[in-house]
Design a binder for this molecule. Sequence first.
Ligand code: AMP
Length: 399
Amino acid sequence: MIKVNDINFSGKRAVVRVDFNVPINARFEVTDNTRIAAAIPTIKKIISDGGSVVLMSHLGRPKKEAPGAFPVKFSLKNIVSELSGLLGIEVKFTEDCISDKAFSMSSSLKAGEVLLLENLRYYKEEEVGDKVFAQKLSAHGDVYVNDAFGTAHRAHASTAIITDFFTGAKASGLLMSSEVSSLELVLSNYKKPFTAIVGGAKVSSKISIISHLLDKIDNLIIGGGMAYTFFKAQGGQVGNSLVEDDYLDEARKILKKAVKKGVRVILPTDSICADSFSNEAAQKIFNTKDILSGWMGMDIGPKAIKSCKVCIEESQTILWNGPMGVFEMSSFAEGTKQIAYSIVTATERGAYSLVGGGDSVAAINQLRLKEHVSYVSTGGGAMLEYLEGKELPGVAALK
Ligand code: AMP
């Protein structure tokens, strides 16, 4: 895979797929610029070489309000001032991604200039991976760069199909490259002991990842709501805790496979339980296999924290996806917090730690620990599919 740093963009016009799918408030302002900031190094590299840049992205899932009219909140015009501020130059904008005006603007870009195209999803052709649409988009430049790791699991016109029209002149952006290399480091070049920490609400959404990881890891820590399905699967009483009854068999299969592969599974032996799903609920600690009816597991307990900490701090490679409890409620955030601190300790001792998936990233950011772990993935769904062992269309198309 060619990387953006392997190319000199002097005199070239790059068409760059970015992920500017950012939250926009009622006043049409960007409320979290993380994704925009993440694309800046790639854009700067191209313009500092003396190239120009045509940026394309989607924003939300636009649906027409009236014939021909998309609600203003889906327009990428809303992000122009934030992007211009972060880049330190005035970014141009065109109100359609494939209109004559768009092409006349892109073809007249001078070295160092940046043009942002309107939301790609204003055309249904984008998501169905339409070839004609992809070919039109390709006419905006000489080199294709994909820096949108967050949408790399989709075979859309701008993320995968477009590369058919750039034979030889396609590269991964800096963000895309670092996402892929950090995932590869964990999945292919890991040092042992390797510990995966998987939490979050549901077993169903993590089964494939756990199954794929069992071939590589030494330890599997299971926390969050999904732990209760595992306890019930082993005959435990979990009270009113979250359980996916349809997945009891799958949970048993995972535990069996772990034994076969010699993977140590650490389930939370105790839980902080509540008498209702509320931050103000009454609390009680139970052994997780003996939770009384009327009580639900909301966080891992002190004994569980202790055993997780010992395991994490002895690890050389750590992958964390999903919180240990309902961390959005301050009363049930301790387990997630302590796991995050342990990962930081292990990282300081030389372990490689990768944190990914919306809620664990939110937890790391909340605790201001982003700079203290090895890598925080921006990937979401794309990262989860990568961890499942799937080849992402957006990555495959760059090869
Ligand atoms: P996921 O998107 O699958 O990673 O799940 C994240 C969500 O799981 C967060 O919103 C947590 O509040 C929720 N969660 C974690 N632990 C529990 C639990 N014990 N009971 C219910 N929900 C939980």
